[in-house]
Design a protein around this ligand. Structure first.
Ligand SMILES: NC(=O)c1ccc[n+]([C@@H]2O[C@H](COP(=O)([O-])OP(=O)(O)OC[C@H]3O[C@@H](n4cnc5c(N)ncnc54)[C@H](O)[C@@H]3O)[C@@H](O)[C@H]2O)c1
Length: 322
């Protein structure tokens, strides 16, 4: 029986718990949050035996094998270090930390204590994004490509997400998924450019454009905003353009699922179906992987180094932001 403790029982803490509660041979034994109302509601929903308002008490007193760290990002560093010292395996949400020094120390502490350290890069488990990687490797639209995502919305409601010292805004918090997947697919980053602004009155940029150039010549272009008013609808554009055509994410959908649409000079091809809920399934696979690593003493397919490399890109993107 694997015993788990959840630190941070807000949005992601609850979401991960709702997945873990379906697993056999596993029990969520304890939970910690500084907000007692949120913590009590978590206790009622998931029936955990022990709750703690101080995560250090939980780490010291609760007999858990592993923790899920789902607090605001600026707290990951201390929690991961403290948990590793007590030999707890760790699943830590992304971004790994708020600076590279912290990330490095977290990686070292986990290695020193021989504990599993997985970072929450769920796209590594999402069938749609994995298929994209495969298609890129097959050069379905030639190479290099420009992979672009144009997206706008209200963004998360918690204010810490927009604080430059806590969540660092969408070009670190949300975009690290894409930076990580870009590195996974295209390899090393050559350089980063950005032009950022803000619509909301917080300390981090919430809108703008980031361009990541890879040594392979491929590029990732993000045109993003978390600055729209609530309930304003947006059009999500997610495509890749290459020398021989264009690849459109979810370019077609039917009752079986979603499809990539590949348009070339005289042809149009659909590739799929991929389950509509590939991201939700990815979240489940991500947790299955973490538990499998614990049970079988395996190294996670996505760990601290990946967290470090993608955070580095995010910090470069916001580097010139004042
Ligand atoms: N993988 C993904 O797709 C994904 C999606 C959303 C968020 N995230 C990441 O997950 C993390 C959490 O995000 P969220 O949306 O769940 O945030 P949230 O604000 O909903 O929840 C965070 C919780 O942590 C609690 N907390 C604050 N300080 C604490 C402390 N010292 N000890 C214990 N608990 C504490 C808060 O009270 C809150 O309940 C962030 O790093 C975020 O970037 C990942």
């Amino acid at each position: 029986m694997i015993k788990i403790g959840i630190i941070g029982t807000g949005g992601m803490g609850k979401y991960h718990a709702s997945i873990l509660k379906k697993f056999q041979d596993l029990r969520i034994v304890s939970a910690s949050d500084i907000n007692i109302e949120i913590l009590n509601s978590f206790k009622n929903e998931f029936g955990v035996e022990e709750i703690y308002t101080d995560y250090k008490d939980m780490l010291e007193k609760s007999d858990v094998d592993a923790i899920i760290c789902a607090t605001p990002t600026h707290l990951h560093y201390k929690i991961v270090k403290d948990a590793a010292k007590l030999k707890k395996h760790i699943f830590c949400e992304k971004p790994i930390a708020i600076n590279l020094k912290q990330a490095e120390k977290m990686i070292n502490e986990c290695e020193k204590n021989n504990v599993i350290f997985q970072i929450g890069y769920v796209r590594r488990f999402d069938e749609e994004w994995l298929k994209f990687k495969e298609l890129m490797e097959e050069r379905i639209i030639g190479r290099p490509v420009i992979w672009h995502q144009i997206w706008g919305g209200y963004g998360p409601s918690a204010e810490w997400y927009y604080d430059i010292k806590k969540g660092m805004g969408p070009f670190v918090d949300g975009a690290v998924h894409s930076y990580d997947f870009g590195i996974f697919t295209f390899g090393k980053v050559k350089k980063v450019k950005s032009s950022l602004t803000k619509f909301k009155n917080f300390t981090s940029p919430d809108s703008g454009t980031a361009i990541v150039e890879f040594e392979s010549g491929d590029m990732l272009v993000l045109c993003w905003s978390w600055g729209l008013p609530k309930n304003v609808s947006y059009q999500y554009t997610h495509q890749a353009i290459g020398p021989t055509g264009v690849l459109i994410f979810s370019g077609f959908q039917d009752e079986k699922g979603k499809y990539f649409v590949i348009k070339k000079e005289n042809t149009e091809e659909k590739i799929g179906p991929i389950p509509l809920n590939s991201l939700g399934i990815g979240f489940e696979k991500q947790m299955e992987h973490f538990i499998d690593c614990i049970k079988n003493n395996k190294k996670p397919i996505v760990g601290g180094i990946d967290g470090y490399e993608s955070l580095k890109v995010g910090l470069d993107v916001i580097k010139n932001w004042k």
